[in-house]
Design a binder for this molecule. Sequence first.
Ligand code: IPE
Ligand code: IPE
Ligand code: MG
Length: 239
Amino acid sequence: MAIKNQNANLKNVAIIMDGNGRWARKNSLKISQGHKKGVQIVREIVEESILQNIDSLTIYAFSSENWQRPKSEINAIKKLVVDAINDQVPELKEQKVKLKFFGHTEDFGEKVIKKIKYAESETFCEDYKLNLNVALSYGGKQDILDLVKKISKEVFDKKLNIDDIDESKIHESSCAPVNEIDLLIRTGGDKRISNFLLYQIAYAEIMFIDKFWPEFSKEDFKECVSNFQKVSRRFGKRV
Ligand code: IPE
Ligand code: IPE
Ligand code: MG
């Protein structure tokens, strides 16, 4: 009998797609061209994630801290988000990829918000093959701060008992649409988390890849998945 899901234990993958700028510089291109190439790579990794039967792919597209970048770069990224949605939503819909954007997406302004809403409603389906979650203007610390305020207000308004605050309450109050990350990949050579999904990566396997994101291939992704399969995940137990 064929094994339907060979990656039954690999459900939720997150990626810090780093290195677009350095890749552009290395190839004497504009930074915006690095980001453009980065979007093409996302498309490839989405295809591979479907083949690998992964449930969710959560990608870091723009952090709370990235607002400190030059205005020209931020504008190029805003345009890329709109263009990527226009170009890719019909195909993503056909492939049953359910899109979800999360973070302080409102910071991106009316035009981007409208596109995001369109992308989410167009790709909404019950029998999805992959959840593609895109972090936009997201910061893990900000997320925790927001959810603490949200939960505190519920307690203050007497809608929630303090004793009923548990892990699932924290998960449902977070803006992140995924609970436990199984595998976190960061490209670009740096070994840090840069304020991504702080709560959700508590037990993630973390892989740091030296290649810049625009150089990351389906083969590299498959290698990460295969390395994940070899890891003994003990979760604190004696096995
Ligand atoms: C990651 O690539 C994409 C974003 C942060 C938007 P970078 O733009 O950070 O690339 P490097 O790290 O400067 O090479
Ligand atoms: C992390 O990359 C954010 C994204 C990939 C969107 P950065 O390039 O912003 O992170 P730092 O500055 O190296 O920590
Ligand atoms: Mg970077």
